[in-house]
Ligand binder design. Structure first.
Ligand code: ADP
Ligand code: MG
Length: 662
């Protein structure tokens, strides 16, 4: 059955489904609720608690229009023989559906003095027993009512569904069948069964993920081919001596790991894991230099154009005294320029190519590729991991990551790699002085901004969204610009950067900021990743409660990149306790651990940013024990599959997909 054939699906609804990345019945069925609301009829009492009550409507409802977008529905209601007044905001549209004598269920708070029940939610039926309602992440164009109807049809469709957990494991763990579990997760009958259903899907999701990781690892173990290299320790030592700074201990150690990998009889597959500002880039450059000495080409991939360009400019400076040809390849370049680069790469007229995922282009063929580096690896998924890794068979691979997940988890998720850790920060770095301010204290922050500007320093200001109609509470970049212009009487130059701008426009603004043409850069989190402007000494984040601690730590890492005193203001009226973690610590590993404990990983693997790492239902913090079991189970299963003792078209296909990229 096609999704188009469900009742109630017209072109608009189809569009909305596509927006949710639902293209077929199976996608719909695996669109799991993110939480549940448990409703059970309760007795009305004088306590201050939210209650669920049932009863009948006593008087015809009235709608009072208070202002645009605000109305109140009011009626009398009889529950347990007692008549009370009910009011609920913004349900005016229900007026015609509620008549005298209608059965209703209301959720809200009762005030015995006024005999008023302030309802926050309403159901147009009488709740008889405990009901577990699923809640989905939906969008404006797809209301929960319609979604539930579609889901109901899908659950009755008897569409063939595939259980991705091998049969014997389903037996071992006594999991529900796929259909039972699907019905239970969307229409729970009781909490025990719901838990069982969730467990099955968490296990299934992690199983597929770990299967891929295990297969990547297995493939790695089979490799016999590796590049011919010679020991370059001496040359690298000379190179590092000429750097404008001396390496930190951990940078030295990471460099040594890489040099060892080079000459070991295997292909390098190394994750360099280090906090923001710990100086991973230079380690990458050294690896590139050593690779060049063996006459191989290198490619470095960054997640954004801004970052790629910055790396490009940096490496040119660092390599100025060496005869290394470096070029930049990004999506926004002219076709002709790109074509030229493709040719030069093919003829090895280019030694080092820096770029965005444009470097994954199939037509990009290297004459003699020796090293592939991905920066900010946590932004890419497992599939991209394998596609880069396989760009040349013998190619050495380095991943750089300030991965905002604790190390233990990282080691499982990157189980197919060796790891170097950079914990120490370069000398002379001062802690970024961090403070949490309420919006009412904005004046103080503006004063602090002014002080920095007078010193000739620059400021980043971050706001969570550019939409100004969606949520009144959200400061947005444009209104902030206005606010700042008013506060500083237009004497200050302000640049604005957000995700909806064209790449070239962003590029220009960022470049201008780096050249100190703006005092303040107001932006959404597009600046989160890797930007390096040493003269910027202050980061101000509005609606800080909207961000995970790890993201805030990344943002803060944009300042404090020189020996100047640097500051970070987190502006928020809420969640002071959680934000306090940032005030107290500057250690990314500690902060990510805390973030994990306080929020789960949802934020860390943010929705669409991080490829395969965003799980639908699994939560690495909560489900870590399951993950460890799954790791073992999926490895055993892989071995059986490889021995030919068992067979699965789905997992065979996963293997083919990973192999095909070879
Ligand atoms: P990240 O690990 O976040 O990618 P970068 O590699 O961008 O950090 O380094 C941050 C800044 O620190 C850069 O300006 C870089 O030149 C500088 N840096 C790196 N290593 C050292 C060092 N050992 N001593 C002083 N400064 C360093
Ligand atoms: Mg970096």
């Amino acid at each position: 059955m096609e999704i188009e054939n469900l009742k109630g699906v017209g072109p608009k609804t189809l569009d909305a489904l596509h927006k949710l990345e639902i293209y077929n019945i199976n996608d719909l069925l695996s669109y799991y609720p993110f939480r549940y609301q448990v409703l059970k009829p309760e007795v009305l009492d004088n306590s201050d608690n939210v209650k669920t009550i049932v009863g009948k409507v006593e008087s015809a409802p009235r709608v009072i229009f208070i202002k645009r977008n605000l109305n109140r529905l009011a009626f009398r209601f009889i529950t347990e023989g007692k008549i009370i007044n009910v009011s609920i905001f913004n349900r005016g549209f229900l007026k015609d559906k509620i008549q005298i004598g209608s059965d209703l269920t209301l959720i809200g708070k009762y005030n015995s003095k006024t005999n008023n029940f302030a309802a926050s939610d309403i159901r147009l039926f009488k709740l008889e027993e405990t009901l577990i309602e699923p809640k989905y992440h939906l969008i404006k164009e797809m209301k929960s009512n319609l979604f539930s109807k579609l889901m109901g049809q899908a659950l009755n469709s008897n569409e063939p569904v595939v259980d991705y957990i091998p049969l014997y494991l389903n037996k071992t763990y006594k999991f529900l069948s796929k259909w039972e579990a699907l019905k239970e997760i969307h229409h729970p009958t009781n909490l025990t069964l719901l838990k069982k259903a969730k467990l099955k899907f968490i296990y299934e999701e992690l199983f597929i993920f770990m299967f891929k990781i295990n297969y990547l690892k297995y493939k790695k173990s089979l490799e016999h081919d590796f590049l011919k290299r010679t020991n370059k320790e001496k040359e690298v030592l000379d190179f590092t001596k000429n750097l404008p700074f001396s390496l930190t201990k951990d940078q030295e150690k990471a460099t040594q790991d890489i040099l060892n990998d080079y000459i070991a009889p295997k292909r390098m597959n190394r994750l360099v894991l280090g906090d923001v500002g710990s100086g991973k880039t230079i380690v990458a450059f050294i690896a590139i230099y050593a690779n060049y000495l063996d006459n191989y080409q290198s490619v470095l991939m960054a997640p954004t154009e801004i970052l790629a360009k910055q790396h490009y400019e940096n490496i040119i400076k660092i390599m100025a005294n060496y005869d290394i040809k470096v070029k930049l390849l990004i999506g926004s370049m002219k076709k002709k320029e790109k074509q030229q680069i493709l040719e030069e790469v093919k003829e090895q007229k280019i030694d080092v190519l820096i770029g965005t995922h444009a470097v994954l282009n199939e037509n990009l063929v290297f004459a003699n590729l020796g090293l592939v580096i991905t920066d900010e690896q946590h932004r890419f998924g497992v599939n991209q991991r394998s596609s880069l890794q396989n760009k040349g068979q013998k190619v050495d691979v380095i991943y750089l990551s300030a991965t905002p997940i604790p190390r233990t988890y990282a080691l499982t998720l990157y189980g197919d790699m060796d790891t170097s850790l950079i914990k120490s920060k370069p000398k002379g770095r001062r802690q970024v002085i961090t403070d949490i301010k309420k919006e009412s204290e904005l004046k103080e922050v503006l004063q602090a901004i002014l002080t920095q500007i007078k010193l000739g320093h620059q400021i980043y200001v971050v706001a969570p969204s550019i939409l100004d109609n969606e949520d009144n509470e959200l400061e947005n970049v444009n209104s902030l610009k206005e606010k700042f212009n008013q506060a500083f009487k237009g004497l200050i130059k302000i640049g604005v950067l957000h995700g909806k701008q064209k790449p070239a426009e962003k590029e220009k603004i960022m470049q201008d900021f780096a050249e100190n043409k703006y005092n303040i850069l107001i932006s959404t989190t597009v600046i989160e990743v890797g930007i390096d402007v040493a003269n910027a000494t202050m980061m101000v984040v509005f609606n800080a409660e909207r961000f995970g601690l790890a993201t805030l730590h990344q943002l803060r890492g944009r300042v404090g990149r020189s020996n100047l005193d640097s500051y970070c203001y987190l502006i928020s009226n809420y969640e002071k306790e959680r934000l306090q973690v940032l005030k107290e610590s500057n250690d990314g590993f500690y902060i990510s651990q805390k973030d994990f404990e306080l929020r789960g990983e949802g934020d860390l693997f943010g929705s669409k940013q991080s490829g395969d790492m965003s799980f639908k239902i699994a939560n690495l913090q909560r489900d870590y024990k399951i993950l460890l079991q799954v790791k073992k189970d999926s490895l055993e299963y892989l071995q059986e599959l490889l021995k030919g003792n068992t067979h699965s078209s789905y997992y065979d296909q996963i293997i083919k997909k990973i192999d095909f990229i070879d």
